[in-house]
Design a protein around this ligand. Structure first.
Ligand SMILES: [Zn+2]
Length: 211
């Protein structure tokens, strides 16, 4: 594999990189960042799903460590080969930032007002597939240290599709609401699915290898 290319953000960024208690190097606010601010573009090499599979093999890794984001059905952004400061923003189960796709680009936005010195974090919410068991939980272990930590950087388990069991609908709905009540994430913008037409910004999915 070629060595990673670092492309610094063209704009002055409102954070600095230094060691983090969550993992490796983290991004820490150097000034107050207001809620809704577009902080930085998540830079990566645009590759195909097939190429992403060729490059990374989850089973061969002791601890999951890739920098892939699903852009759409065809495209994946790989920040393992081309990246900027955005790659150092760690995961937390209690995030103060979120990643959203806007016109084919991924940006990190402030979910709430962030004070200087705070570490910038967003919920990686890696896609969860049916074949994932305890082994996967271990591979995707979370060490964010938040009281709200769910123990894994995998996305929270989704409630059953409502159409399957009408009877359990109310139950799973309230369950989902309970989960989302953490922080301001659930109170503000609803996470929109890529097919949502109501919002031009969509939430990208951190990608594991296919199959
Ligand atoms: Zn956590």
């Amino acid at each position: 594999m070629t060595s990673p290319t670092f492309i610094p953000s063209p704009k002055p960024i409102p954070f600095e990189l230094r060691p983090s208690t969550i993992q490796g190097t983290g991004a820490f606010a150097t000034r107050r960042i207001r809620k809704g601010t577009r902080i930085i573009e998540y830079i990566g090499e645009r590759i195909t799903q097939e190429e992403a599979d060729r490059r990374y093999d989850d089973e061969a890794m002791e601890r999951h460590h890739t920098f892939l984001f699903n852009l759409d059905n065809k495209g994946v952004l790989d920040a393992g080969t081309v990246h900027n400061e955005s790659r150092y923003i760690n995961h937390s189960c209690d995030p103060n930032c979120e990643a959203l796709i806007d016109k084919g680009h991924i940006y990190i936005y402030a979910l709430r007002d962030i004070e200087p010195g705070e570490e910038l974090v967003y919920d990686y919410a890696y896609e969860r597939t049916e074949d994932m068991g305890p082994d996967s939980e271990a591979l995707y272990v979370c060490k964010c240290g938040s009281p709200k930590c769910r123990g894994t950087i995998l996305a929270p388990v989704k409630p059953e599709p409502a159409r399957k069991k009408a009877a359990s609908k109310a139950k799973s709905k309230s369950k989902a609401r309970g989960k989302k009540s953490r922080g301001k994430q659930g109170a503000g913008k609803k996470p929109s699915s890529p097919s949502s037409k109501s919002s031009k910004r969509t939430r990208p999915v951190r990608r594991k290898r296919a199959g």
